[in-house]
Ligand binder design. Structure first.
Ligand SMILES: [Zn+2]
Length: 258
């Protein structure tokens, strides 16, 4: 488990399954403890025991089992409130507080902004708490989620809205896929010096068995091939005459068969 300081809360990062991350957000000013996408309840219980805190809420980004399988047990143990998209009420187990994409709400002293993040699934939302983004399977280190339900255009709209967040915003995504994504990135953006520097740095990080996550919006804008179409110079060098959406579509499609 790793812990990151934000001004009003701590983020605890728990590795789970093969490459998932579960996040536990502890409010510094109240007893509220938010568990983001609990793949497994036992890992959350053990981490919270160690930290001497008690989960009060679960925030789900989307319905996939590796984000929600811990819901039932955490509700049984702690009576957690389960927050998720009203549009996914039938698919998120034990959901008890529905919100609409784009809605903001408060838990204790934490102000939480949800954003629509359709793409990986229909109904995927992300949560922004101050300078922390919990984005599930939408934006990854140097990549983005597979399009299981949404269209390329929907995912591109989602990625643009995340890229518009402050560059300092930390990205807490749900999987450690960065090195594989960087290897692909090198095949489409190999002349990018910032990408080359990131490959060296993140490879060293993983060699030390440390997470490459959290990343930041600024780093992703400059090195993530799924966001590079935001840059007009990149687009014209990649394929002159294509729109940013067409460039994104081409790159996301290539990643599927990489
Ligand atoms: Zn998923």
């Amino acid at each position: 488990m790793w812990t990151y300081q934000h001004s009003d809360f701590l983020v605890h990062q728990i590795p789970a399954l093969e490459n998932n991350y579960i996040y536990v957000v502890a409010d510094k000013h109240s007893d509220n403890v938010l568990v983001i996408d609990p793949a497994l309840a036992e890992l959350v219980r053990d981490a919270c025991k160690q930290l001497n805190i008690t989960p009060s809420h679960i925030l789900n980004t989307h319905h996939h089992w590796d984000h929600t399988d811990g819901n039932a047990q955490l509700v049984a143990w702690y009576g957690c409130e389960v927050v998720g998209n009203a549009a996914d009420t039938k698919r998120i187990p034990h959901i008890s507080k529905t919100i609409h994409a784009g809605e903001s709400f408060d838990i204790g002293s934490l102000h939480i902004q949800s954003l629509d993040a359709t793409g990986h699934t229909i109904g995927h939302i992300v949560y922004v708490i101050d300078d922390a983004l919990f984005c599930g399977d939408t934006l990854f280190g140097a990549g983005c989620g597979r399009l299981f339900e949404g269209s390329f255009a929907q995912m591109w709209t989602t990625l643009q809205s995340l890229a518009a967040l402050d560059e300092q915003t930390k990205i807490y995504c749900a999987h450690e896929y960065t090195l594989a994504n960087l290897s692909f990135a090198n095949s489409v953006d190999g002349n990018n010096p910032e990408l080359q520097a990131r490959i060296i740095k993140d490879t060293q990080t993983r060699n030390m068995k440390l997470p490459t996550i959290p990343s930041s919006i600024g780093l992703e804008k400059h090195t993530n091939p799924m966001l590079r179409a935001l840059d007009d110079d990149f687009c014209s060098a990649y394929n002159p005459g294509k729109t940013p959406l067409e460039v994104f579509t081409d790159i996301r499609s290539k990643r599927n068969v990489w």
